[in-house]
Design a protein around this ligand. Structure first.
Ligand SMILES: [Zn+2]
Length: 261
């Protein structure tokens, strides 16, 4: 009986106040997530610099099904292995996908913009340097259907052969933001490495509604306003934008445009 009561206490959180009423590290932490990724605050490291880091994904197809928890839509499986590498000093980080889940609207903001949907691909760290590694991608409502989101919706309560191939079209990702943060849900554990893709994907209104209809008008989701935790203080944390444009290319393009006019 005691165990049941304790479990109920631990699990008793919702989005009614967007996380403002959560406890423990959610209140006491110093590098919490989500944050606004302010471009003016980010240090840019261009492709070609010896400090540039590249992400490399190896995808796997796994039989799995998507399901709703009390707070999100989740799909579990080892859908990819990822390495982050910087050849200049042999810095290397490997990880494996554990699960992915969604937030609508987005939790992180990019230069003040809140997007319609954000997927969190949660990965482990075999070296235990980080609590978790989260690769995040934003989706913006448009007229264009998103094949990856279709795959996720197709998997609802039904066994399918699932893959990230329609999300990670190119196994090399070299335009992303990196910073240290936390889980965005209780217990809000810190020392999570966030890797946020710089390329915002398209999604249709109907696809966004697959998620948002679950919490429409629900007080547990702030009156239907979503499963996004409120933005947390940056506290002067380091944000690095690993940019896919090489500096020399950027100069060439600028010079070329100048010549055209
Ligand atoms: Zn999340």
């Amino acid at each position: 009986m005691l165990i049941i009561l304790l479990s109920a206490t631990v699990l008793a959180w919702d989005y009614n106040q967007k996380g403002a009423d959560w406890e423990g590290q959610c209140v006491n932490g110093t590098f919490q997530s989500p944050i606004n990724i302010g471009l003016a605050d980010a240090e840019t490291i261009k492709n070609g610099s010896e400090k540039h880091i590249q992400l490399n994904f190896t995808l796997f197809t796994q039989e799995t099904k998507g399901y709703w928890t009390n707070t999100t839509y989740k799909i579990e499986g080892q859908f990819a292995n990822m390495t982050a590498s910087r050849p200049s000093d042999q810095w290397y980080q490997s990880s494996s996908v554990l699960q992915l889940h969604f937030h609508s609207p987005s939790e992180n903001h990019l230069d003040g913009t809140e997007y319609d949907l954000e997927v969190h691909i949660v990965m482990n760290d075999p070296t235990n340097r980080f609590t978790y590694i989260v690769y995040a991608v934003f989706f913006k409502q448009s007229e264009v259907n998103n094949s990856f989101i279709s795959d996720c919706i197709e998997a609802e309560d039904k066994n399918v052969n699932f893959t990230l191939a329609n999300l990670i079209n190119d196994p090399l990702v070299d335009d992303f933001y990196a910073f240290i943060g936390s889980l965005t849900t209780p217990p809000c554990s810190e020392n999570v490495l966030w890797l946020v893709d710089g390329e915002v994907r398209n999604v249709t209104q109907t696809q966004v509604e697959f998620f948002s209809k679950k919490w429409a008008n629900s007080t547990e989701f702030a009156g239907g306003n979503g499963n996004d935790r409120q933005i947390q203080f940056n506290n002067y944390r380091q944000i690095i934008h690993y940019d896919d444009y090489a500096s020399v290319l950027g100069f060439t393009v600028t010079a070329f445009i100048a010549l055209m006019f």
